[in-house]
Design a protein around this ligand. Structure first.
Ligand SMILES: [Zn+2]
Length: 386
């Protein structure tokens, strides 16, 4: 089926105010600037016209545990669908199913539930295994009972559960026992290895990067901070070559000025927006659980009873709004941090992440406040609020 959209197109480097986009059979087949492209076709009669607002690429969230009442650790196909449909309504068209520190059997059950779940809403592009190979001192909301030393044998049992196209992303602490071997092993198998929930010093992170770490999980949260004589995990994350970072832009986890520091130090092209959302995302305040621990959601923050943050209730929609409103980023940069940068991080840049010919027709129609009006996934309308 062919679809035409006319309106302001958000490209990675600029907004085209008067643009035209065509897609067919799930792919983008044409992108034109109607004021500048001499070869642009006439706007067909059936074109949808977006009068106020924007046409944007679908968002990709590489760190999301739950939403709509479901958590990937529920290991339940219905919970998986609750998550993919909830986040699709808020602009996410692709995500990594993210697990928590848990016994190995529970991780395996969670992977299998994802494979068994019907495909509705956001596409599941692979897995983000956050823990169990982390540092107890920076466990955050991860359940300490199941934190353990890194094991290559266990990693191989996880990877054996993947589908051929699945992307794997593993958050671990590079300084713990067995971590360097695990990092080399994972990187050798094409997984993205990310430092997180870690007390690693600058030198330990540098050793991790030399072994294959190329990303840092929720920068600033659950890690050794920056000291001028010991730059720590944060200092290494902001300066070591070849490292990308992700930020939870809910305004609760990280101060907007710290987000500005990250974008300026690292370059926006190396910064990704993530939600780290837990099951309450898309619902209101109330009592929930995370990894078996009780969590209270109030005023946009999810906390354990100790007061520690327990994931977020952020959506990609709100995150992009925050990057513009709180951090002061321009619109193309904020959207690219939610689309192109994660697509590149997953090695999917040729297929996803921007409005470009040949890419999947994963599209959003946003209003002028960047609220998601319509979500189109693979050329099919999944959600339409208009
Ligand atoms: Zn997380």
């Amino acid at each position: 089926m062919q679809r035409w959209l006319k309106g302001a197109l958000i490209l990675p480097d600029r907004v085209v105010p008067n643009g035209l986009l065509a897609c067919e059979d799930g792919r983008i087949t044409g992108v034109w600037d109607l004021e500048a492209d001499a070869g642009a076709p006439a706007v067909p009669d059936g074109a949808e016209v977006v009068e106020r607002g924007y046409i944007a690429p679908g968002y990709i969230d590489i760190h999301v545990h739950g939403g709509g009442g479901g958590d990937f650790m529920d290991a339940d196909p219905e919970a998986v669908v609750a998550i993919t449909t909830c986040h699709a309504r808020h602009g996410t068209t692709g995500l990594l199913a993210t697990t928590l520190t848990a016994p190995e059997e529970e991780l395996i059950r969670a992977f299998r539930a994802v494979k068994a779940a019907p495909r509705r809403g956001a596409q599941i592009l692979g897995f983000h295994v956050e823990g169990p190979f982390i540092n107890m001192q920076y466990k955050g909301a991860q359940n300490p009972a199941y934190v353990r030393s890194a094991s290559v044998a266990e990693i191989d049992r996880w990877l054996a559960e993947g589908r051929p196209d699945d992307r794997w992303h593993v958050t671990l602490a590079p300084e713990i026992e067995g971590a360097l071997e695990a990092i080399r092993h994972l990187a050798g198998r094409g997984a993205v290895v990310s430092a997180g929930h870690t007390d690693c010093t600058y030198d330990q992170l540098k050793a991790g990067v030399e072994a294959g770490v190329s990303h840092v999980t929720h920068l600033f949260n659950a890690m050794r901070g920056l000291h001028h004589r010991e730059p720590g995990t944060v200092g290494g994350a902001l300066s070591l070559p070849g490292v990308t970072v992700e930020i939870i832009a809910d305004g609760v986890h990280v101060h907007p000025a710290s987000m500005q520091v990250a974008v300026r130090a690292r370059g926006a092209e190396n910064v990704l927006l993530v939600t780290d959302a837990m099951r309450a995302a898309g619902l209101g305040d109330g009592e929930f659980t995370l990894g078996g621990l009780p969590v209270t959601v109030k005023d946009g923050a999810a906390r354990l009873h100790s007061g520690a943050l327990a994931g977020s209730v952020l959506t990609m929609e709100r995150g992009v709004q925050n990057l513009v409103d709180m951090v002061g980023l321009d619109l193309p940069t904020a959207v690219a941090m939610a689309s192109l940068h994660p697509a590149r991080r997953l090695g999917l840049e040729a297929r996803k992440g921007s409005l470009a010919v040949g890419k999947d027709a994963d599209l959003l129609i946003l209003d002028d406040k960047l609220e998601v009006m319509t979500t189109i996934i693979g050329g099919e309308v999944f959600y339409d609020a208009r």
